[in-house]
Write a protein that binds this ligand. Structure first.
Ligand SMILES: Nc1ncnc2c1ncn2[C@@H]1O[C@H](COP(=O)(O)OP(=O)(O)OP(=O)(O)O)[C@@H](O)[C@H]1O
Length: 252
C-alpha cells in the first residue's frame, strides 16, 4: 500500500495525474457528453453529480476506456488512455451486474489478477497472496467461499473493491456505489473510500445524494451532458450551480 502512495506522488509534482480535455462522447443519436474538462490526482475522491441521463455512467466508462470518445482526450500520467488498462478498476452500477452468476467471492477477487496472469495463466504465490491481502483488508476472508448472490449489498460492493485492490489499480471508477446501501454499510463504504484515497488512489464515483457529497468527496464535477462546474465539493454544489444543472432536462 505504501508503495502505491510512493509512486503516485513522487514523479508528478507539477501535473495532475488524470487530465480530461474537451471530452465528447456520442452514442448513435445521443450526445451523452460534451465539453468535459477537468484534472485531478491520486489521493482525491471525486463525485460526479447530475440528473438521470446526465452522462455520469458514460464519463466513468470513458475514463475506464470502455466507451469510445467522439473527440477530446483522456490522459493518465501523461499517456493517452486508449483502452482499458490495469490502472483502472471499474465497478458497474448494481443493475448492470448479473448477481445470479455462479462465482465465489474469492473467484471474483481472483479476476483482479487476470491482467497479470492472463486468462489461462497459472496463479503464482504472489497472485494468491494479493488475493488473500485484498480479502483480508476488506474483511471478506470469512466469506470468501460464499457465492456472490448470497452476500448483502454492502458486502457485494466490498467484494468488487477487493477485486480492484487485488488488481493494484490506482484509479477506482465507481458507478453509484452508495445506492441501495443502508446507513451502516454507507458509513463503512465512506470510510473505506477515504482510506483508499489516503493510500494514494484516485476515487471517482457517481453520486446522487447531495447532502452527503461534501463529507464523502473532496471534489465534485457537476454535469448535465455539458460540464457545469468542477472543483471543491462545497463550492461546486452551490445553489446556483445546482439550479443550472437540475433545472433543464438532460439532453437526449
Ligand atoms: N449504450 C448506449 N447507447 C445509446 N445511448 C446510451 C447508451 N448508454 C447511455 N446512453 C444515453 O446517454 C445519455 C447519458 O447516459 P448515462 O447512463 O451516462 O447517464 P447517467 O448520468 O449515468 O444516468 P443515471 O443517473 O440515470 O444513471 C442518456 O441519454 C442515455 O440514454
Amino acid at each position: 500500500m505504501s508503495q502505491i502512495h510512493h509512486d503516485c506522488c513522487e514523479h508528478h509534482d507539477h501535473h495532475h495525474e488524470l487530465e480530461v480535455a474537451d471530452l465528447q462522447v456520442c452514442y448513435r443519436r445521443t450526445m451523452a457528453l460534451d465539453g468535459i474538462r477537468f484534472a485531478t490526482s491520486c489521493g482525491t475522491r471525486v463525485a460526479l453529480v447530475g440528473p438521470n441521463g446526465a452522462g455520469k455512467s458514460t464519463l466513468i466508462k470513458a475514463i475506464a476506456g470502455l466507451v469510445k470518445r467522439s473527440s477530446g482526450s483522456i490522459r493518465w500520467r501523461g499517456t493517452a488512455v486508449q483502452k482499458w488498462s490495469r490502472e483502472f478498476a471499474y465497478l458497474p452500477q448494481r443493475e448492470e451486474v448479473d448477481w445470479s452468476f455462479p462465482i465465489t467471492i474469492r473467484g471474483l477477487v481472483e479476476m483482479g489478477r487476470y491482467p497479470q496472469t492472463g486468462w489461462w495463466g497459472r496463479f503464482r504465490n504472489e497472485d494468491d497472496a494479493a488475493v488473500d491481502a485484498a480479502l483480508e483488508s476488506l474483511e471478506l476472508a470469512d466469506l470468501q467461499h460464499r457465492q456472490i448472490r448470497e452476500l448483502s449489498g454492502g458486502q457485494q460492493q466490498r467484494a468488487f473493491i477487493a477485486r480492484a485492490i487485488a488488481q493494484e489499480a490506482h484509479v477506482l471508477l465507481l458507478d453509484e456505489p452508495f445506492t441501495g446501501l443502508d446507513r451502516r454499510a454507507s458509513a463503512q463504504l465512506g470510510e473505506l473510500l477515504n482510506k483508499l484515497a489516503h493510500e494514494g488512489r484516485l476515487i471517482i464515483a457517481s453520486h446522487h445524494d447531495l447532502r452527503s457529497a461534501p463529507e464523502l468527496f473532496d471534489e465534485a464535477l457537476l454535469l448535465n451532458t455539458r460540464q457545469i462546474a468542477f472543483g471543491p465539493t462545497n463550492e461546486v454544489l452551490s445553489e446556483s450551480n445546482l439550479d443550472a444543472c437540475f433545472a433543464q432536462p438532460a439532453a437526449s
